[in-house]
Design a protein around this ligand. Structure first.
Ligand SMILES: Cc1cc2nc3c(=O)[nH]c(=O)nc-3n(C[C@H](O)[C@H](O)[C@H](O)COP(=O)(O)O)c2cc1C
Length: 249
């Protein structure tokens, strides 16, 4: 039977061989392994991919050497991710791992910004012991349940301004926050956009200098709720088609 050799990377690192085999319950009977590399048929590769996706959870952790398969897996993961994200309004007190927090902040860092000005600042706050302050910032009980609250601020003076005077700093800050939120979802963490906070309290609590505008906050922690079904306007209400085309209905 013809076999193909594929390189596998997990979390960007090379496949760890037997240890990973055990971790993901891949038995050598299913996949032949030599010198830390797996050999398998196309059919076995599909099984392996499914097994890895199922077991690793954060699907982007799995990278198969075949770019086509990888791209397909990434694309599917993305659509699963955006369907999975929901506003979490109940959290456990389980700490957020430092590595996860770093990856989440990195996701915000690489967000696109107008003219690459990056006119935003992220504020990471531990909630423990600051519950009363956080309640003044935003009055919901769940807001300080998670171990962390992250705020994003815009710095208009650093932002790109369009010819008609429109400054894009708050748009940039919002995109960074959305990257952060999606990254958190990918790592099994919950978030909830909060715009209904008290701006003067935010300024005092975060000791924001003039020229820094608080835009949004989110708790960051492990969810203790279940997502409710998504209610959205139909696409036909949201998309203005400019040609006679029924693909958006
Ligand atoms: C800019 C923005 C501000 C929001 N502000 C709040 C808020 O202050 N409090 C809150 O509970 N949810 C807030 N949300 C969450 C929305 O209510 C939520 O995204 C929407 O109902 C859709 O639900 P889903 O996020 O679960 O898909 C905000 C969302 C966005 C995008």
């Amino acid at each position: 039977m013809e076999t193909t050799r594929w390189d596998i990377r997990l979390d960007g690192r090379p496949w760890e061989g037997p240890e990973a085999m055990a971790r993901y319950q891949l038995t050598p009977e299913k996949f032949e392994m030599t010198e830390g590399r797996l050999f398998w048929t196309d059919e076995q590769r599909e099984t392996l991919l499914a097994l890895l996706l199922e077991n690793v959870g954060a699907r982007r952790a799995v990278q198969l050497g075949n770019p086509a398969i990888w791209k397909q897996a990434v694309a599917e993961d993305f659509f699963t991710l955006i369907e999975t994200r929901h506003s979490v309004r109940a959290y456990t007190s389980q700490p957020v791992e430092a590595e996860k927090l770093q990856r989440i902040l990195r996701a915000a860092q690489i967000a696109p910004t107008a003219a690459n000005r990056q006119p935003f600042r992220l504020v990471v706050m531990e909630t423990h012991g600051r519950e009363a302050d956080l309640r003044r910032l935003y009055y919901r009980e769940w807001f300080s349940q998670a171990p962390l609250v992250i705020g994003v601020c815009a710095v208009p003076a650093e932002g790109w301004t369009r010819r008609d005077g429109k400054n894009y700093a708050d748009v940039d800050a919002t995109i960074a926050m959305d990257h952060l939120i999606l990254a958190a979802t990918a790592l099994g963490l919950g978030t909830c956009w909060v715009a209904a906070f008290d701006p003067p309290v935010a300024r005092t609590l975060l000791q924001l200098p003039d020229g820094m505008e608080p835009i949004a906050f989110t708790p960051l922690g492990y969810p203790a709720d279940q997502p409710s079904p998504k209610t959205r306007k139909p696409l036909s209400d949201l998309v203005i088609a400019t040609c006679d085309d029924d693909s958006t209905r």
